[in-house]
Every structure is written in structure tokens, then in C-alpha cells.
Design a protein around this ligand. Sequence first.
Ligand SMILES: Cc1cc2nc3c(=O)[nH]c(=O)nc-3n(C[C@H](O)[C@H](O)[C@H](O)COP(=O)(O)OP(=O)(O)OC[C@H]3O[C@@H](n4cnc5c(N)ncnc54)[C@H](O)[C@@H]3O)c2cc1C
Length: 416
Amino acid sequence: MKIAIVGFGAAAIGFIERIKDSEHEIHVFEKSADIYSSSISGIRADGKLFVSKEMGGDIDIDLLLQKKLVDFYTSHIDSKNIETGTSFGNTGYYQEFYKKGFQPINADFYHIGTDQLKEVLFRIYENFKSNENIHFHFDYTVTTIERTNDQVKINGSEIFDIAVIAVGRSGHQLVKTIIKKSPKLILDNTKVDLGIRFELPDHIVEDLNREMYEFKIKYKSRTGFIVRTFCNNPSGFVVLEHYGDFTTVNGHAKLKEKSKNTNFAVLVTIQLTEPFNDPTGYGSHIAKMSNLLAGQEKVILQTYQNFKDSKRTKNLYRVHPTLPMENYILGDINLAFPRRIIESIIDFLEHLNEVIPGITNPDNLVIAPEIKFYSNKVSNDLFPNLKFIGDCSGHTRSIIYATAHGYMVAEELIRL
Ligand SMILES: Cc1cc2nc3c(=O)[nH]c(=O)nc-3n(C[C@H](O)[C@H](O)[C@H](O)COP(=O)(O)OP(=O)(O)OC[C@H]3O[C@@H](n4cnc5c(N)ncnc54)[C@H](O)[C@@H]3O)c2cc1C
């Protein structure tokens, strides 16, 4: 078969790794200019690989396959210099969090680091490229997919037996175009995670960071919303994320360069019912409101005490942000976020302070908006010659889950 893969990210890597030794002719279309491009693949930042049944997506992925894929990625690093650990392997911590109403999430993690990821991606590409049946087409943005029962046409010209869409979140425009033609592909579309990035001195969370590096917990707040931590970065950096018409905040950690602060996201899951059907619209409006207050392409930074009291922050005290000054304005997040979201975050942090004293120090920092969009969940059963893998399918949200999804879909095709 002649197979087109649209996008070269984590999901495509899993797919190709599984199918590369078959007879199939594989063509990869990637919009980035080349393998060195800063826009290629979501796996270019941070690179924390998780092995867990409890996070990363909503498909069931065997733990052995997850670990196998971690080994696949780390086998491409010469130094073998990676940070590893287990979240809540220590039952003492598990019980402490549980007692205070938190749901601790079990996971093994392997941190490659932003700096080493480029090397990993490049080596995987070099390896794939050496297979005669695999052809890469960079600087090729796929804008249309026309499908009949026998063939799939890409951009009105290239013809394939099967198209595998692996465009991640940055490819939402293409998925939207496909869904518009075939609305029956959509399985679900109601969720968005809204919240803040929290930044505090390393020493407050030192024990926790040493014990598990990444602490993932969920909590049902008194507002009824589920609140969770996401992407903990010991000695890390807060960064901006630009979405074209709005800007949000994110965090990452490097293996070599370290700061004196830890940052993690506190996210509130908003899942609404009919007639609501535009979680992306809802999230992006809140982001735009924050940017409107902060100034073009900036985010709002506030001390925790001012966040709680709904007062504009005018001065910082002991905690200094890792986000460069030109990227934020000192302000009041309460002017941009609905009350129920703010209350959920405060309730979460006040409870967390009971397990980790110092979390609610008045001068710790709150930075907003942080938003995690869920892609529409789409079906892979409707059309045999059109498959969606990784984050653009709405079924995954992490490197390992996206890679495994690609791997598993390739396995199904090989069996046909
Ligand atoms: C800042 C940041 C940090 C993250 N850190 C982590 C982490 O530490 N650990 C973790 O597990 N997950 C992390 N994630 C999530 C993780 O990156 C994704 O879950 C994963 O990369 C999804 O893989 P994917 O293949 O579905 O999409 P991607 O890896 O995003 O790949 C999609 C590819 O498709 C290309 N593309 C898009 N549209 C088109 C088009 N129309 N035509 C051709 N090509 C197209 C893109 O250029 C891209 O190369 C992070 C995400 C971000 C944004």
C-alpha cells in the first residue's frame, strides 16, 4: 500500500517505527522547513516521558509498550544522561496527599530535557530516512484531503491508498477542514482546561521534587470542578506560548541550565453540556481577555496574596519570575477569569499548603492564562482509509501516548 503520513511528530514516529520494515511505501508530509526547524514536532520542548495508565490520554496502552517506547527514545541519546523517578512510589507521600482529599497519580517518568531532544529527533529521522520505502517531504503543508472509498488525494494531486493524519494540535486547521466535510467523525467536543502557572522557590518543594520530580495530583474542589497539577518543572523556567491570535503561559526545564524556582500548572477542567460546543472558543476568549489587560502578546503576573484578594500587584517581594520582564505585566488575573475558576484554584492551593507548607506564601507567583485545549475526539472506525493518530485524534496528550497510538494503528494496518 501507498501510505501518506501528514505531520512528523511523536505519533508519526510511533507509526513509522512499527511499519518501517514492511513492504508499504510511506510518504511523510511535514510543514516545517526541515528537521532542524524550531516548529517541527511537539516533542521539541521539555521531553518528560511518562509511563502511566492514569495520564497521557484516554486510550488503554499496555505499560510494557509504553516502556518500550521510552527505551526507543532514550536509545538515541549518547550520554544516557536522563533524570528518572516514580511519582508516588513512596506510600507515605501517597497517604499524606490522599488524606487531604487529593487523588495522587502514579507514573514513572524519564526526563530527556529540551536541550537533548533535538539530538533525539534528528537521529530518529536519520534512521527512518535510511529505509528505502520511507520518503520525507518537508516544507509541505497539507491543506486538503479528498477521500473516496478507494483512494485519498492530498492537496488535490498526490494519490494514496491510506492517509494517516498526525498533525498534533498545531494542525487543528486541517482537522477542522476534514471534520467540516464529514461531521460524523466527531465523537466528543466539550472540554477545556483553564488555569494558571504557579512559581515558587525550589526550597519550598525541595523534598517533593527530590522524591518524585513530577507530582501529579487531582482534587475535587468545593466548586465541583476537578483541579489538577500539570508539568512540574523543578529549577525550571516559565515561558510564553503563542497561538497566533493569543498568548498563554507554559513551563519547561532544561537538563543543564537551572533556575532557583519550581513552576507547575494548576488547571481547572471545564466540561459543559449542550448547547455548549465550543471549548476552544471559550478558552481563547479568556486568553484574549488576559492579553487585552496585559498588552499585546503578554500575560498577567500576580503575587498569590493579591490573586486571593483580587488586588492588582504593584511590587514583588522575595520571589523573582523566570519569565523575562518584557513578557508580562503586573496585574490582576481576577479581571480576566470567571470567579468559579479562581475559587477552584484558591481552594486547591490552600489545601495543597496543608501538605506542603509554604505553597500559599503571599509572595509566590501566579501567572495567567495557562490553557490546555482538548482536540475534538475523532473516530478511526468511520473510514478505513483515513486514520487520525496522536493529539489531533483527541485521544492523546503526551509524547508516549501519541507515539504508542501511532504504533498501535500501524500494527492494525499491518495485520490487514
Ligand atoms: C511546550 C510543550 C511542552 C510539552 N512537554 C511535554 C512533555 O514534557 N512530555 C509529554 O509527554 N508531552 C509534552 N507535551 C505534549 C506533547 O508534545 C504532545 O502530546 C505530542 O508531541 C503529540 O504528538 P503528535 O505527533 O500528535 O503531534 P506533534 O508532535 O505536535 O507533531 C505534529 C507535526 O505535524 C506538523 N503539522 C501540523 N499541521 C500540518 C499540516 N497541515 N501539514 C503538514 N504538517 C503539519 C507539525 O509541524 C508537527 O511537526 C508538550 C507540549 C508542549 C506544547
